[in-house]
Design a binder for this molecule. Structure first.
Ligand SMILES: [Zn+2]
Ligand SMILES: [Zn+2]
Length: 200
């Protein structure tokens, strides 16, 4: 079950047959910036993938992947299981010189999965799709009271002596800013983040 999600594209490339792969994963081992990474799922994550030939060295991947990811509650930091349901649809291109599969942004803005080995390991692809689909932050409960900012006591378990209540809004400001947000400030659309969009 923990084997890498492989899809065999040799006969697709030789005789234009569709390729298919399915299974369940309890983790994904992949590399990011040369560093080995592991994404662990608290329960088996089913995937089903088909690849159809297009023209030349291009093909199209379609399928589904349903991982549950573990995230920290943004206020009290306890574990939250977040089930995701991904619908996959990605253009692929075979380039024999590609060492490891990678995602490239085409001029259309569409992502293209480039690979060089006909036995394609989809670990990195599925990990990236999962991370892109995961919400930036979650609450274990919409009413989560968070942690005391003085002693770290979990206020969901009852008040502490510092209950000079820190307004929840302030807690959100502290925790809601993603790491590396200096980058976001240069984004001309960064101001849009302040729009009062309804929560999903
Ligand atoms: Zn919480
Ligand atoms: Zn306290």
């Amino acid at each position: 079950m923990s084997d890498s999600p492989l899809i065999h594209l040799g006969s697709l490339m030789r005789s234009s047959e569709d390729a298919h792969a399915e299974g369940q994963l309890d983790r994904l081992n992949y590399e990011q910036g040369g560093q080995p990474q592991t994404l662990t799922f608290p329960e088996p994550a089913p995937y089903e993938i088909s690849v159809n030939p297009l023209s030349g060295n291009e093909m199209y991947l379609q399928g589904s992947f349903e991982p549950t990811v573990m995230m920290d509650c943004a206020r009290c930091l306890r574990d939250v299981e977040v089930p995701l349901s991904l619908t996959l649809g990605t253009l692929m291109r075979y380039e024999p010189s590609a060492d490891a599969p990678y995602l490239e942004e085409a001029e259309t803005g569409e992502e293209v999965l480039v690979f060089g080995d006909p036995t394609l390991d989809l670990s990195g692809y599925l990990a990236e799709m999962t991370l892109m689909a995961a919400p930036l932050s979650v609450l274990h409960d919409p009413e989560c009271k968070g942690l005391c900012q003085v002693c770290g006591h979990d206020l969901n378990d009852g008040p502490c002596e510092h209950m000079a209540a820190v307004p929840v809004e302030e807690i959100d400001d502290d925790l809601g800013v993603p790491h590396g947000s200096g980058h976001a400030k240069q984004n001309p659309f960064a101001g849009l983040r302040d729009l009062n969009l309804p929560e999903e």
